[in-house]
Design a protein around this ligand. Structure first.
Ligand SMILES: *Cc1c(COP(=O)(O)O)cnc(C)c1O
Length: 374
């Protein structure tokens, strides 16, 4: 079946037999049973990383509502399994801890990456060390203790794209993690290019309405077992209500991404001719980044329809300055190394009418141009 069909039906296979239309939300923190021996056996399985069906013993082990979202996302990414976390950074942290505990704490990173991802790698906060490499130099950056290669495509915030197949081939046996937050499985399924690990900040397009903080890793079952063990031990679980909202978000993901991408393509073409704009970064999709001649802070203070805020992938359009906010924490040197200009503005296009968005962007950019001229 096609992706838009699967987006609506994945994770819901049993609903008709249950006599339900909406997915049930299970808010239990614990699961009662009179069979203690049985529960012991189940807990042993969970501690070894197995996904339990039926009683979860305890809420930190797993949750049936969250499991529906995991099953649906795994299906959309073409993976055997998915493991959900409390945020995108919790999901990434679990992968970094997996590399550290496997005795391969060295990570190869291809810049640019999301600011906090860059920050965690650059500081070695979780016990990893990093070598930064351009996409064509990944192979020569690998070491015996390399446990992970990390890339984003399109990358946050410059929207630079990479040949994932070439990078996956260069990785050899080292797992390649692709942060697929910007592309979504609608535009790109990294496992088809040879990536082993697909990460999402589900906070963005998967949730799609700016009301869920979540992360998820889609991968093979052996890697999922490792991640479940880490999630069980570290406790960065997703709340069941968030699992419900994410599953709901997935059903409209294809139509949202397609509509926002069409609007973004029109706006990117118009932005390229605006006198305030020095450069447009637009590889397709719902995000557009622009470097402007004037002060980007003037644009942010001048928008009236676009939402001046970090994050992306919502039904409303969001606009922000990466150097000031999302990529602030990584520091000026790392930003320069990543090609992130102080005059870069990142725009996440939502579902508003294209003419209304253009009117607002046009007037806000013109304000910056006038201020910049004076
Ligand atoms: C937002 C984001 C993250 C971090 O996700 P959180 O849900 O905010 O923890 C990671 N990668 C990319 C590309 C992002 O945009």
């Amino acid at each position: 079946m096609k992706l838009s069909t699967r987006a609506v039906h994945a994770g819901r296979d049993d609903l008709v037999d249950l006599g339900l239309h909406a997915v049930p939300i299970d808010l239990s923190t614990t699961y009662p049973s009179r069979d203690s021996h049985g529960e012991t056996a189940r807990l042993d399985l969970a501690a070894a990383g197995e996904a339990l069906s039926g009683s979860q013993v305890y809420g930190r082990v797993g949750n049936p509502t969250v499991a529906r979202f995991e099953a649906a996302l795994a299906e959309l990414e073409g993976c055997a399994a998915a493991v959900a976390f409390a945020s995108g950074m919790a999901a990434l942290s679990a992968c970094l801890l997996a590399a550290v505990t496997a005795g391969r704490p060295h990570v190869v990173g291809v810049r640019p990456l999301y600011g906090t991802t860059d920050h965690v790698l650059e500081t070695g906060l979780l016990g990893t060390t990093v070598t930064w490499a351009t996409a064509d130099k990944v192979e020569s950056a690998l070491r015996n203790d390399t446990g992970l290669v990390i890339v984003e495509s399109p990358a946050n915030p410059t929207l630079e794209e990479h040949d994932l197949g070439a990078i996956a081939a260069a990785c050899g046996d080292v797992p390649l993690l692709v942060d697929n937050t910007f592309a979504t499985p609608i535009r790109q399924r990294p496992v088809e290019s040879g990536a082993r690990i697909v990460m999402h900040s589900a906070t963005k397009f998967l949730g799609g309405h700016g009301d869920v903080l979540a992360g998820v890793i889609a991968c093979d079952e052996p890697y999922a077992r490792v991640l479940r063990q880490i999630r069980f031990a570290t406790g960065a679980v997703l709340h069941p209500l968030a699992g419900y909202l994410l599953l709901r978000g997935l059903s409209t993901l294809p139509i949202r991404v397609r509509a926002a991408s069409a609007t973004a393509a029109t706006l990117a073409a118009r932005l390229a001719t605006h006198p305030a704009v020095a450069k447009v970064h637009y590889p397709g999709g719902p995000l557009v980044s622009v470097e402007i001649h004037g002060d980007p802070h003037q644009v942010i203070s001048a928008v009236r329809l676009l939402t001046p805020a970090v994050s992306l992938g919502s039904v409303d359009s969001l606009i922000q300055i990466p150097a000031a906010l999302t990529h602030r924490v990584m520091g000026a040197d790392s930003r320069a190394d990543s090609g992130i200009s102080d005059r870069l503005i990142r725009i996440s296009i939502g579902l508003e009418d294209v003419e209304d968005l253009w009117q607002d962007l046009n007037q806000a950019l013109s304000v910056s141009h006038r201020v910049g001229d004076s």
